[in-house]
Write a protein that binds this ligand. Structure first.
Ligand SMILES: *[C@@H]1O[C@H](CO)[C@@H](O)[C@H](O)[C@H]1NC(C)=O
Ligand SMILES: *[C@@H]1O[C@H](CO)[C@@H](O)[C@H](O)[C@H]1NC(C)=O
Ligand SMILES: *[C@@H]1O[C@H](CO)[C@@H](O)[C@H](O)[C@H]1NC(C)=O
Length: 755
């Protein structure tokens, strides 16, 4: 994903328009402020509401008085929604996939072979055709011998057949288990075993992985495999899966077509999906999502994408096993849009798998809507900035001026955000950047993690499209809060979606209270139609974080800390479980510090580590290769390769100084800055299991992998007397905890404990 955005030769165009641009901009820049005024300040987006359950500060969307639960009458389940939408749009194009023209392998200078694809146009299936395929698949599944009272699992990368199989299962009231394609083997075995899934639907890449673990898959009887373009069936593979029936997806469709089985549609409260979330600790948890949850989120998100209709084209490339993508595609289905399938490796003209000189998916599809996670948008920003910086000269000057002017405008200076000047800058500077994503993006959905203000502005300006930042969890089927298209303030996730209420509940221990000024703060609790049924096979954990109030409304306790702005928009400010108390009693919020440190140019990824046994924190840092190597060359430091460089004291020192600098700029306290760091040459990827599919770091896994490094940091070998002493100290602290809030000077207290 990294490289795919780093190109685009908009620079030559910049140069040719440059001179007119500067003159024009100056003239327009003077005129426009006089001609255009107006701003959207003061709009009330969320309003306080009285609700049941635990006391707190609750807010609802300002546009609805009653929560909405369906996109339209009758669409109470995913199966009904699918059928109605397919009837309504039956002749419209729905799912598109690019045809493979040619595949070749090139050998890079390091001797590794890379697959390069030459892909053709998108080939489309209409809503009507997709409906027939899903119905056939449903019948075929039954004919194949799938027992409809058991579950089917989908384990595949994002593609059209994923959605068809998903809808097919619902037509026979079969619950679908979803598993991330990048999840480890143990997690896969665990989720299939725990849900006793009997049919596994996968792509050929995942099928290859199955051979190694097939003996551990006790419950699976049938395997259905999506075909690839080249469709070479691996015979050796089927042998190693000898106890299982392996059928191709099209065989199952044919089977169903020749002997149809009447549909058996699910009900609103039936479990549609058991979605395994990678979670940041231990084995994944299966979240039970009802049909009602999905249609409620889809109905709610429909209302926040301005003018969404069947003319819209959506580029799909995030994992469908992630709630954010599944929710987004459900919205597209509801609105009758087209969905064109893509992947992170074929996304743009310069993506890794795209053959040189041929077009990437975005250029061919020209999407109007897309979804992204912050990590991707951060990389788009870094890629474009690097390109501009490397080119320098007039291009850089123009970009800088243009960006500053636009930034002032979107930040809501008094001369309004839209107008002639915008058109001019768009034409001169930003048009070519937009071409990277096909040039037609009109709205972006962003979710999965908080997006930095910088990136939000950057994408906003460079792509010329508003970003709707969503907040939601698998447990709320992605539906909780969503920022509105005309809201240009950064760092917030908007008001509650119209399908749910959001309540802040005071967290005394952490020092976040709903009585706080100037804004109420507390743990974010979501209640309403998008709140899921709980964790599969884990009543204890379910009871811990889900509660039903006296009026029958389900609430989910997110563990995230937020505050409500006066206009009813939510801002995520912290996370409960990421807060660690240091030895001297200071609280440190790992997530908050990490996101501050991420703004250093040297940091590709970072994990902060702290424990109650030390007074300082440490960090594992994956550096940005180019930045660090560039610095080393300039500083005259000799090194063989990146791993070598990462070991050099000078490099560590340089990165650490940069961390201190950005830390201070973000007003971090001294104890929040890592006092020791370790540079790691290998990037953290979902495949390595160190980050989730949404690229959030997995603390436990990283800690386990770099255990030696982390122990070295702390130097001491914990002799038994020391451990005993620490337990004593922490016991004293815990007993005082409830009486003490975060803001009380803690040093005093801890010095008592320590002396
Ligand atoms: C599979 O699940 C059963 C209980 O349902 C459990 O006893 C068994 O240990 C599990 N096996 C694996 C490999 O997880
Ligand atoms: C095949 O199934 C039989 C009986 O269900 C079992 O004993 C045998 O171990 C299985 N073989 C493999 C390779 O899983
Ligand atoms: C659908 O399946 C569930 C169990 O998974 C069952 O409780 C429910 O009654 C079924 N609904 C219909 C309409 O058959």
């Amino acid at each position: 994903m990294l490289d795919s955005f780093q190109s685009g030769d908009f620079l030559s165009v910049l140069k040719s328009y440059g001179v007119y641009g500067i003159v024009g901009a100056i003239v327009v820049g003077i005129l426009v402020p006089i001609l255009f005024k107006g701003s959207k300040r003061g709009k009330q987006r969320g309003v306080p509401v009285n609700v049941g359950g635990e006391a707190g500060y609750a807010v609802r969307n300002a546009r609805v008085t009653e929560l909405i639960d369906v996109p339209w009458k009758g669409a109470t389940t995913m199966a009904a929604l699918f059928e109605l939408s397919c009837k309504k749009h039956s002749r419209n194009r729905f799912l598109g996939t690019r045809k493979l023209i040619e595949k070749e392998f090139v050998t890079a200078s390091d001797g590794r072979k890379y697959e390069k694809l030459h892909l053709g146009d998108y080939e489309w299936q209409t809503y009507g055709e997709v409906f027939n395929r899903a119905s056939n698949f449903a019948s075929g599944l039954v004919k194949l011998g799938h027992d409809v009272d058991t579950r089917a699992a989908i384990f595949s990368e994002t593609r059209a057949e994923w959605l068809i199989a998903f809808q097919g299962c619902f037509r026979q009231n079969i619950t679908v288990v979803t598993v991330y394609a990048s999840l480890g083997e143990d997690a896969l075995i665990h989720s299939l075993n725990e849900t006793s899934a009997t049919t596994l639907i996968c792509d050929s890449k995942q099928l290859k992985k199955l051979a190694a673990i097939s003996t551990s898959l006790k419950t699976i009887q049938n395997v259905i495999c999506f075909e690839d373009d080249e469709s070479s069936k691996d015979t050796g593979l089927s042998e190693s899966l000898s106890n299982l029936t392996v059928a191709s997806f099209s065989e199952v469709e044919r089977l169903g077509k020749t002997s149809p089985v009447p549909a058996n549609l699910p009900s609103k409260n039936g479990i549609a999906v058991i979605m395994y979330t990678s979670g940041s600790t231990g084995l994944p948890k299966g979240v039970m999502v009802t049909h009602g949850n999905i249609v409620a989120t889809a109905a709610a998100v429909m209302t926040v994408i301005p003018g969404i209709d069947s003319k819209d084209v959506y580029l799909a490339y995030l994992p469908l096993a992630h709630v954010f993508e599944l929710a987004a595609e459900s919205v597209m289905l509801t609105a009758g849009c087209r969905i064109g399938y893509s992947s992170p490796l074929t996304f743009t003209d310069t993506s890794n798998k795209i053959k040189k000189g041929t077009k990437g998916d975005a250029s061919v599809l020209k999407p109007t809507l897309m979804a992204a996670v912050p990590a991707i948008l951060d990389r788009v920003r870094d890629g474009v900035l690097k390109k501009v910086e490397d080119t320098g000269g007039l291009v850089k000057t123009l970009f800088d001026v243009g960006y500053k002017r636009r930034l002032a405008a979107v930040e809501g200076s008094w001369f309004g955000a839209w107008g002639l000047e915008k058109m001019l800058w768009d034409f001169v500077v930003f048009k070519k950047i937009r071409a990277l994503l096909g040039g037609h993006i009109r709205f972006m959905l962003c979710g999965g993690a908080p997006l930095s203000g910088n990136s939000q502005h950057f994408i906003n300006i460079c792509m010329g499209a508003p970003i709707g930042q969503g907040y939601g969890l698998t447990e709320t089927f992605a539906g909780a809060a969503f920022s509105e298209a005309d809201d240009t303030m950064v760092g917030r996730v908007g008001p509650p979606l119209p399908c749910c209420y959001i309540k802040l509940v005071s967290w005394e221990e952490g020092g976040y209270l709903t009585s706080d000024k100037p804004m109420p703060r507390g743990e974010i609790v979501v209640g309403g139609h998008s709140v899921t049924a709980g964790y599969f096979n884990n009543q204890e954990k379910t009871n811990e974080v889900y509660k039903v109030d006296e009026m029958g409304m389900r609430w989910f306790y997110s563990g995230d800390i937020g505050r409500f702005h006066p206009d009813g928009c939510l801002e995520i400010i912290d996370r409960k479980k990421d807060i660690v108390k240091l030895q001297h009693g200071e609280y440190i919020s790992l997530g908050k510090v990490e996101s501050a440190l991420m703004s250093s140019n040297y940091v590709d990824n970072v994990m902060l580590h702290a424990d109650p046994f030390h007074s300082y924190c440490v960090a594992l840092v994956v550096p940005v290769h180019q930045a660090l190597e560039k610095w080393a060359k300039e500083a005259g430091i000799e090194f063989q390769d990146l791993s070598d460089l990462c070991e050099k004291a000078e490099a560590v020192n340089e990165v650490q100084q940069s961390l201190s600098k950005v830390g201070k700029a973000s007003k971090l306290d001294k104890f929040e800055l890592p006092s020791k760091i370790k540079l790691l040459a290998e990037p953290w990827t979902p495949e390595s299991g160190l980050v989730t599919a949404a690229l959030k770091i997995k603390r436990e896994q990283i800690k386990a992998k770099f255990k030696t490094e982390l122990t070295k940091f702390f130097g001491l070998i914990l002799s038994s007397w020391l451990v005993g002493w620490m337990i004593l100290v922490s016991m004293v602290d815990v007993s005082e905890l409830s009486a003490t809030s975060r803001s009380v000077p803690v040093r005093k207290r801890s010095s008592v404990a320590l002396t």
